[in-house]
Design a protein around this ligand. Structure first.
Ligand code: C5P
Length: 355
């Protein structure tokens, strides 16, 4: 039987890049938020008997996708995830993974990571077997930093290299507009550009990193690449929790029907930003213009998602988002109105077909 699942995308509500670690990865702080746009993944499996020897014993994994930008070999995250699931279950079989691409490739929406998690979940269903939760998380983190968030869904805090995820109280569904510029940004290159920029700034003195109204720490040199920027980490933590839990002016938890609007104001006030904008915008100045266009079209908060190139804007109402998307399309931008997806919705809708 073929299991079909929705592979939802994510955005980053703020992304702070910390120190480069000994393993070459960067320490991150981000809030992941799943959104309603998705690819479709179809998985079928024919067990062939015998026991798998290791994760490379996966010649029987086939990937089908008609988007030429998607690799069909073992470099595809879905391939690696499927091989590791088969190995964890000690099974051999012929696995076919169909990827129906709707999300941008290398777009900062976590599509490849989401596709891999969708593959894992669909494969378990197709096999009618379950991988232990801890093993599933381990496999996800092994395949990529952005995978584990898709085992949680909704609003989640990402720390470490992004693979350590903690479910946060879900934000209400927020109307939004996605602008997909048709540019693929390489995440490793964006991190390398970041390192180069930090080294340059260290040579020149200090860097102001968290530039919102609420928190404006000045970071001294030496804190960026060696100590893990712990003061900045603390400031970021403070800004994020102020935004997520409280109205920073009154200290009272934001609640009630106006929560989305209040959250949007708090998001701006807390100065939640995506550090990748500092290296990606200079390379692709048209992306900065698109962010401005989102704000001009009425977005209360706009940002690059992940390392880009997708930009998003958050709106106070669905009507405002739909109108903005329409206006942006008239100006030649590829804009889509959608909304953020709560954890409950994420798990309610992930399974498209199959039992
Ligand atoms: O974990 P993932 O495969 O998504 O990472 C892709 C690349 O992005 C890594 O090889 C690394 O170069 C870079 N990266 C990083 N710091 C992170 C996450 C990714 O430097 N926290």
């Amino acid at each position: 039987m073929t299991i079909a699942v929705r592979s939802f995308a994510k955005i980053n509500l703020g992304l702070y890049i910390g120190a480069r670690r000994a393993d070459g990865f960067h320490e991150l702080r981000t809030v992941y938020q799943t959104i309603a746009l998705h690819d479709v993944i179809r998985v079928s499996v024919e067990p062939t008997g015998g026991r798998a020897r290791n994760a490379n014993d996966s010649r029987a994994i086939e990937i089908l996708c008609d988007d030429p930008r998607v690799p069909l070999d073992s470099s595809n995250t879905c391939h690696r995830a499927a091989a590791l699931v088969m190995e964890a279950l000690g099974l051999r079989g012929r696995v076919t993974i169909g990827i129906e691409k709707r999300l941008p490739v290398q777009g900062g929406l976590g599509a490849a990571s989401s596709n891999a998690v969708a593959t894992m979940l669909a494969l378990e269903r197709a096999l009618k077997k379950k991988v232990a939760d801890a093993t599933r998380l381990r496999i996800a983190a092994q395949v990529g930093s952005d995978l584990p968030l898709f085992l949680i869904g909704g609003t989640a805090l990402g720390v470490g290299r992004g693979e350590q995820v903690y479910p946060l109280p879900d934000l209400p569904s927020i109307p939004m507009v996605i602008v997909t510029p048709g540019i693929g940004v390489s995440t490793p290159k964006a991190f390398a550009d970041w390192d180069e920029m930090v080294v340059g700034e260290k040579a020149g003195g200090v860097r102001v990193a968290w530039t919102g109204e609420g928190a404006r720490p000045q970071i001294g040199e030496g804190e960026l690449t060696h100590s893990g920027g712990s003061d900045r980490m603390t400031e970021v933590g403070r800004a994020l929790s102020a935004w997520l839990c409280c109205n920073p002016e009154t200290g009272a938890p934001a609640k009630g029907g106006g929560r989305a609007g209040s959250l949007l104001s708090d998001l701006v006030r807390a100065g939640i930003e995506n550090d990748f904008e500092k290296v990606v915008f200079p390379e692709f100045p048209e992306l900065r213009d698109m962010k401005r266009a989102l704000v001009r079209a009425g977005a209360r908060y706009a940002s690059l998602s992940g390392s880009g190139a997708t930009l998003y804007g958050l709106f106070e109402s669905e009507k405002a988002a739909v109108k903005a998307a329409h206006e942006l399309r008239k100006r030649g931008l590829k804009a889509t109105a959608t909304r953020t997806l709560t954890r409950r919705e994420y798990w309610k809708w992930w399974l498209l077909r199959g039992s």
